[in-house]
Unconditional design. Structure first.
Length: 681
């Protein structure tokens, strides 16, 4: 495997702008939904930042267990040097240790910091062993002094991931020390946090204290509580030499599992796992940017830690349970995001078995013709308020079958697909159903947001899109045609003919009803409460981009051109054209302000996928032209969450990254299209 390194150099010694150290972030995940994350400068700026966010069984869900680690070095000349972190001086945030940062890099997706302490250069790395709620923080002395002594003070605030930082820290903590092992417990029912230090002359000093008035600046900008405190039991001390490393291990696993691998063994195991991930990917995705995205994709494919019933059912049939985290830091696994992401995250990356597990898992959860929209954190039950996730399931299954030829999965799933089709024809929850008058699919119930444009705040559904939405009917037609093929393959000729009739009627009505001749593009919704919606949105691209395109071919180029002229940006597509009166140029402020802009102009990275598909439909020989639509994501890999792709961006230059700093369908669609547009060798 070629060396996969993303490197950024720093020199803040002259007091240069520190903004990028606070706004750029890093992320490490564990395959369970747990993670470690923070700002490059070491100061926690979000409630979600922490060195160990454990994915705990229901009812806890993801829980912040190790929030912060303050680091100092005592130099051979007696100087005491702060490494990373933050201080408050005169009410202002100060980053004295961050100014010593000289380089941040990702080595095969794993973060490494390089600090010049003045007489010594050290490197710090963070690693999470796969499938463990464990983190390793390792320090190496690489230049200068032969020896120095580190002081590491862990600080905690055991709380659910979404709880505000202002939530009071528990008044009761128990500290237990056995030999070289430390345990911290609270009175809140969480498992203990287990800590162990590896290195020369390692000691722990009991010195309990509270770290007060910590300021989380991004929380403040987003309109949330932004000042809180942490509690520390004391500090570890350890020698660091040119020949030996020091590693602090923190975990909510049992001691036997924590100690099963030394830090060196854990690092080698993770490196080997990452080498395999790249080597098994599509050959077009094994080098350069694509290889980086293969490693980024791995962060979203998880084994849900809380749904024990689902795990038992999968294991009983010799399989494993898998799902997809929609985005970090706050999303859980969502049905829509999973199905849209499946091709990029699991098929382009060569993880075919896991793709099958995901599809069969979601097929089991079909209720009333719908797959779950999401599984809330810490819950075993899904929520079903979605009109499109189930239709995306058909598309994901088609991509899987074309990649694997797995007809056994098709045999198992086909009865579920029939039930989905029947429920949509008869009508199901949330008034989702086919209009008998024209064969088009309608949806919409007051107070619900059922399409992917699903912003809702304090009961206000920003883009309800009730009626017959353009992408829902494109997906419905695609699902009918795919199921027709599969039914015919299964020998169900009569059923296949029925599906063909429904599909033909849908297509005829679609082309008659959705084309807006005056605007030269498709209506976004027809037969809505206020009539037909002429808004120019990216949803119309699916009428061209899906394998079974519902739109007449004579109009493909017109739809592509209007999307290129009004919606395309270097980092995805706007959700609404700038000439619309509801267009919002930026996505910022408190929750209500952000939700008002979420689908009213804000750029979505994942939408570059259907745009590239539509481009190659219209210009099948122009892969170079399609690839140019992806090039703006390359510099973005050094922004926001380094090595990953954000959820959304402002709709105007400089197209600032917003929302989740690492989003599954953003990474998946860019990776898929990067491989799709690769030049033939």
């Amino acid at each position: 495997m070629d060396e996969i390194v993303r490197r950024t150099a720093f020199d803040l010694s002259d007091g240069a702008d520190e903004e990028e150290l606070l706004t750029r972030e890093w992320l490490v995940t564990n395959g369970l939904g747990g993670f470690a994350s923070g700002s490059l400068g070491g100061a926690p700026t979000r409630r979600y930042h922490g060195l160990l966010v454990s994915a705990l069984p229901t009812p806890h869900g993801r829980t912040v267990m190790l929030n912060h680690l303050s680091e100092w070095a005592r130099m051979p000349d007696g100087r005491r040097v702060r490494i990373g972190g933050q201080e408050r001086k005169g009410g202002e945030l100060d980053l004295p240790g961050a100014r010593l940062l000289r380089e941040f890099r990702l080595e095969a997706g794993q973060p490494v910091w390089r600090y010049d302490l003045g007489g010594a250069v050290i490197e710090k790395s963070v690693l999470m062993p796969h499938m463990q709620n464990t983190v390793h923080v390792t320090y190496r002395l690489v230049e200068g002094a032969e020896r120095l002594r580190l002081k590491l003070r862990p600080a905690v605030h055991f709380r659910p991931l979404e709880d505000p930082v202002s939530r009071p820290v528990s008044e009761t903590h128990a500290v237990t020390c056995v030999e070289d092992r430390l345990e911290l417990s609270s009175d809140q029912g969480y498992p203990p946090l287990r800590l162990k230090i590896y290195g020369l002359r390692a000691t722990f000093s009991l010195d309990g204290k509270r770290l007060r008035d910590l300021f989380y600046r991004i929380e403040a900008r987003r309109g949330y509580d932004s000042v809180g405190e942490l509690w520390s039991p004391g500090y570890f001390s350890v020698d660091l030499t040119r020949e030996t490393t020091a590693t602090l291990v923190a975990s909510t696993e049992g001691w036997e599992r924590v100690r099963a691998l030394s830090p060196e063994e854990a690092a080698e195991a993770e490196s080997e796992r990452r080498r395999r991930l790249v080597s098994q990917a599509d050959p077009r995705a094994r080098r350069g940017v694509a290889a980086e995205l293969v490693l980024a994709a791995d962060q979203f494919v998880i084994t849900p830690s809380g749904r024990q019933e689902g795990a038992a059912r999968a294991q009983a049939t010799g399989e494993e349970q898998r799902s997809v985290i929609a985005g970090y830091h706050w999303f859980t696994d969502w049905g829509r995001d999973t199905m849209i992401s499946l091709e990029g995250l699991t098929l382009t990356t060569g993880r075919h078995a896991e793709a099958g597990w995901i599809l069969r898992t979601f097929a089991h959860y079909v209720r009333d013709g719908l797959i779950p929209n999401m599984f809330p954190d810490g819950s075993n039950e899904g929520l079903y308020h979605t009109a499109d996730a189930t239709l995306w399931f058909f598309h994901a299954l088609d991509r899987y079958l074309r990649a694997t030829g797995d007809r056994e999965t098709l045999r198992v799933v086909l009865p579920r697909l029939r039930s989905v089709i029947d429920c949509h024809l008869k009508g199901t929850r949330f008034r989702i159903g086919v209009d008998e008058r024209d064969g088009l699919l309608a949806q919409g119930e007051e107070g619900y947001q059922l399409t992917w444009m699903d912003a809702k705040c304090d009961g206000w559904v920003v883009t309800p899109r009730r009626g017959k939405a353009v992408e829902l009917n494109a997906l419905w037609y695609n699902a009918l045609r795919l199921t027709e093929e599969w039914a015919r393959e299964a020998g169900e000729e009569n059923y296949a003919r029925q599906l063909a009739e429904h599909a033909s009627r849908c297509r005829d009505s679609f082309n008659r009803r959705f084309w807006n001749d005056e605007a030269g593009h498709l209506f976004d919704v027809v037969d809505g409460p206020e009539g037909d919606d002429p808004a120019c949105r990216p949803n119309q691209l699916f009428a061209v981009a899906l394998p079974h395109a519902v739109l007449d071919e004579s109009r493909w180029e017109a739809v592509l051109n209007v999307a290129r002229e009004k919606l395309l940006t270097p980092v995805g597509l706007r959700s609404l054209a700038p000439d619309h009166p509801d267009f919002k140029p930026t996505y910022h402020g408190d929750l209500r302000t952000r939700d008002a802009a979420y689908h009213q102009g804000t750029v979505w990275a994942w939408l570059v996928g259907p745009f590239v598909d539509a481009w190659l439909r219209v210009y099948p020989q122009d892969r170079a032209g399609a690839r140019r639509c992806l090039e703006g994501f390359v510099p973005h890999l050094d922004e926001a969450c380094v090595g990953s792709i954000s959820e959304v961006f402002d709709a105007v230059e400089p197209f600032t990254a917003r929302g989740c700093v690492a989003q599954a369908w953003s990474v998946a669609e860019v990776l898929r299209c990067w491989a799709l547009t690769a030049e033939e060798e």
